[in-house]
Design a protein around this ligand. Sequence first.
Ligand SMILES: Cc1ncc(COP(=O)(O)O)c(C=O)c1O
Length: 432
Amino acid sequence: MTDLVNRHRAVLPNWMGLYYEHPLQFVSGSGSRVTDASGRSYLDFFCGILTNMLGYDLPEVRDAVQRQLSTGIVHTSTLYLIRSQVELAEKLARLSGIKDAKVFFTNSGTEANETALMLATTARRSNQVLAMRGSYHGRSFGAVAITGNVGWKSSQLAPFSVQYLHGTDRYLPAFAGLSDAQYIEACTADLKHLLTAATARDVAGLIAEPIQGVGGFTMAPDGLLGAYRDLLAEHGALFISDEVQTAWGRTGEHFWGIGAHGVTPDMITFAKGLGNGFAIGGVIARGDLMDSLPANGISTFGGNPLSTTAANAALDYVLDHDLQRNAATLGTMIIDGLREATAPLAAVGEVRGKGLMFAVDLVDPGTGAPSPALASRALEEARERGLLIGKGGLQGHALRMAPPMNITEADAKEGMDLLIDALRAVDAEAAK
Ligand SMILES: Cc1ncc(COP(=O)(O)O)c(C=O)c1O
C-alpha cells in the first residue's frame, strides 16, 4: 500500500488530500460495508462523501445499469432523445415543488452550481451574488468564488461580486446568547442593511446549503433561509438551494433540506447521492428561468443513458422504500444516542444533525477550543474499530457522518457504538 500511496503522491495534486496516516484502498463493497486491499472490512458511515447513498452493490441499481450496458449504449449525447433522462427530469421536476420546473443535467455538483449561477446572473443582468459564510459549493472558478470557507478557497479571483451572509456563525461574540428567533432577526436585519446600504440594486441571488456539508454540518436555524428568500424576493433576487448533500430525504424531516425553512426555492442544485456513485448532477429551475439563456448549451456527458438509468433506479428505491422515514427514525436514534453517551466527555463539543446527516465536534478538553488534532485522532480510532467517518468544519474539528439511507437498524446501532467507543478513547487520551 505504501507503494501506491507514493505513486499517488507523485502524480496527483497535493491539494487533493487522503484520509488516514495509512491511506485505504477499497476493492469491494456490499450493503453498508466495504473491504480494503488487505481484506479488512469496514462499516461505512461516510459513503464516498454522501454519494453511495444506498450503500454498495444494491441489486436494483446494479441490474438497471447492467441492462443499459447490455444495450451497447453508454453515450449518445443530448443531440438525441434519451428516455431515461426525460423520465428522471419528469420525476425531479415533480418532486421539486418548483412551478413549471425544468431540469438540466450535469456531471457534478460544481457544474450544477455553475449552471445555477449562470441562470441567476443572466436573468438579473448582474454579477452580484450572495453566499453564506462557511459554505462550500465546488471547485471551479465560479464555485470557489462563492465558497465561504477559507480551507477550500483556492483563489480570491472571481467572476462575481460576492457578499457573505450570517446564519451559520452564532458562535461569534456578536450573537452570543441569542435565541433562534433573535438570531434570525439579527441576520435578516443585516441582510436588509446590506441590500439597502451596500450593494447595487440588482443583486442576482443567494446560494445557500440548507446544511453546510464541508462546513461540518453546521446549519442556520430553521426558518432563516426562508426569511432570506422572502426578503430577497422583494428585491427581485433569486434563491438557489444547494442540495448536493441534503437532498433525497437524508435529513429525515423533509425531502429537500430547504423544507426546514418553509419555502420553495427558485432553483435547486443536486449531485452526489442521486446516481449512487454514477456521476450525475443538475439544476431544477422554473421553466422560464431555465429557458432564458440566450445561447446554446450542452453538457456532453451530463444526463447520459448510464447515469440517468442509475439515478432513476436509485431515486425509485428511495421513494418506494420511504427512506426518508428510515433517515428520520435511525438518525434520531443515533443522534440521541451520541448526545447521551458523549455528554460526560470533555473532548466532545456539540453533537448536531438531522436524520442520517450528523456531526460531532472535537474540542480541547481544557479550553473548549476547536481541536482538529483530536478530530484526526478520532478518525483513526474509528477506523481501527472498523468504522469509516468523515471530517469537516471551518476549523477541521467536526466529525461528519452520513450512513447509507437504507442502513439497517443493526448496522446503525453497530456504527453508533463503534463511534462512541472511539470518542471515549480519544477523550481518555486527551485527558492524560
Ligand atoms: C454542498 C455542495 N455543493 C457542491 C459540491 C460540489 O460537488 P462536486 O464535488 O460533485 O463538484 C459539493 C461537494 O462536496 C457540496 O458538498
